[in-house]
Design a protein around this ligand. Structure first.
Ligand SMILES: [Zn+2]
Length: 149
């Protein structure tokens, strides 16, 4: 069950008009996956290959789970301006504990961004979980909710 529970972790990057620039699913589980290739990291890296730094600054990363410190670092280095997530890192840790398939950090991405020195840190938004619901692709649901506001 644990393997399927986190198979739906996904992320996308959208521009200020809600156009999806990059999208990725979680493909980081060993033995076939690369543990450094979280959906958030892949999505922001691909977005950075396709648009200018100015455009990235106005982009939002929508993700089903709060970016870990590695992915928050990728958000910082790409200069993406905003992060919207459904499940907090704390809640994810509560679900997984110290399970070997997802030994997550207990470090909110806000903490990582709070230590940014060189450029503006990304804004972080977590909509009420009731709005997101149990979606197969929460990142798309989050993008849809943002389009409505
Ligand atoms: Zn991550």
């Amino acid at each position: 069950m644990m393997g399927n529970q986190f198979a739906d972790i996904a992320a996308l990057v959208a521009d200020r008009n809600g156009n999806v620039i990059a999208e990725a699913g979680n493909n980081s589980k060993p033995p076939l996956g690369d543990p450094t290739q979280h959906a958030e990291l892949v999505a922001v890296a691909n977005a950075a290959k396709h648009v200018s730094p100015e455009t990235l600054a106005a982009c939002t990363l929508y993700t089903s789970a709060e970016p870990c410190c590695m992915c928050a670092g990728a958000v910082y280095w790409t200069g993406i301006g905003r992060v919207v997530y459904a499940l907090s890192e704390h809640a994810l840790l509560g679900l997984t504990g110290d399970h070997p398939e997802n030994p997550t950090f207990s470090l909110p991405c806000r903490e990582v961004f709070a230590h940014a020195v060189r450029r503006r840190a990304s804004a972080v938004v977590q909509p009420p979980s009731a709005q997101v619901g149990n979606q197969s692709h929460p990142a798309r649901k989050l993008l849809h909710l943002q389009r409505l506001t």
